[in-house]
Design a protein around this ligand. Structure first.
Ligand SMILES: [Zn+2]
Length: 332
């Protein structure tokens, strides 16, 4: 049996991508399913326990498995492979973390990062990455919300700095145009994913995402495509020859809350991810939240429909890569 109490969950969970803001032991949004106050991390008996009125209750292992989409056995494996954190190390990191939490510092960090970035140009790591991932994509389609940063420090929770890496930066804004946060994808100089477990990281924003979007293109169109991931959004742009507007929401909970002003589009197409069924809830999260968005849009008299891949674990970016070989456009 895995000894749950042997883990310092407060420093370990962030290493699996669960932001410290979720571990405050106060009611707040759920890292897995969103909301505003449905979740509480209480770490009873040091076992990493939590309660969510949507996803249910569980321990640190359950939380890792829910959040990352792996099985409990895989979570145990990952934990056994991870460098465990001593209380001494943890205190040092807690101090740094507290400093970083200062809102003004956050704002400045976001600004600095954005100012240090440049537009994407042929041959740079972001251009190469997009080129590998999304055949047929033309860089000139991109809006100025996606940029290239030549070197951002990669910081591994509980371990430390891992050097500067090139990154794709994408900016999420509210529907009124206020920048909320930045999303980073760490890359290698030749355009592959950087060699770390979590190459995709969201900066701590001015607030939690609440229907805010990265508008990937400037296409004026009567149709809007929405999805969770940047790569999926890029694939939709390629598949439509950049004929429809594409907005990306970064996670399913935020997609469910998508803030799409009434009258801006005639139709919204929700490109859902086909996630595995969550054993606790019995739903596939990607489709579940897509349904929530559909309901929300319909109740606003906005025309909308959902598209979902036939195969589990396959996203529209994979499908588009296949289509470029098979030429069967019906799958997109
Ligand atoms: Zn939840």
């Amino acid at each position: 049996m895995f000894d749950l109490t042997s883990i310092d969950w407060e420093s370990t969970l962030p290493r699996f991508g669960i932001d410290r803001q979720f571990l405050s032991k106060k009611h707040g949004p759920c890292p897995t399913c969103g909301g505003t106050d449905r979740f509480r991390f209480d770490n009873k008996g040091g076992k990493g326990t939590f309660f969510c009125s949507f996803c249910g209750a569980g321990n640190g292992l359950t939380l890792i498995s829910k959040y990352t989409g792996c099985t409990i056995a895989e979570a145990v494996k990952k934990l056994n492979g991870a460098q465990l954190i001593t209380p001494h190390k943890r205190q040092a990191f807690a101090k740094k973390e507290a400093a970083a939490n200062d809102v003004n510092k956050l704002r400045k960090a976001l600004q600095n990062l954005w100012v240090g970035s440049k537009s994407i140009a042929n041959g740079d790591p972001v251009a190469r990455y997009i080129n590998y991932r999304v055949p047929g994509f033309k860089l000139e389609w991109l809006s100025s919300e996606v940029r290239f940063h030549p070197g951002i420090e990669y910081y591994e929770e509980g371990v430390g700095k891992k050097g500067k890496w090139p990154a794709m930066l994408a900016r999420a804004k509210s529907s009124s145009g206020e920048p909320i946060t930045l999303h980073r994808t760490y890359l290698t100089a030749d355009g592959f994913k950087a060699p770390f477990a979590n190459v995709k990281k969201q900066m701590k924003g001015k607030r939690m995402l609440s229907g805010d979007a990265i508008r990937l293109n400037n296409t004026q169109s009567t149709k809007l495509a929405v999805c969770e991931g940047i790569e999926t959004g890029l694939a939709i742009m390629a598949a439509s020859n950049n004929k429809i507007a594409v907005w990306v929401f970064l996670n399913a909970g935020n997609l469910a809350k998508a803030d799409i002003p009434n009258g801006m589009f005639d139709e919204v197409i929700i490109y859902a991810d086909r996630d595995p069924v969550d054993v606790k809830t019995g739903w596939r999260p990607g489709e579940h939240y897509a349904q929530q968005l559909l309901k929300k849009l319909k109740s606003n008299d906005q025309k909308a429909r959902i598209k979902v891949p036939d195969e589990e674990g396959v996203d529209f970016c994979d499908i588009w890569s296949r289509i470029t070989r098979t030429k069967d456009l019906s799958k997109m």
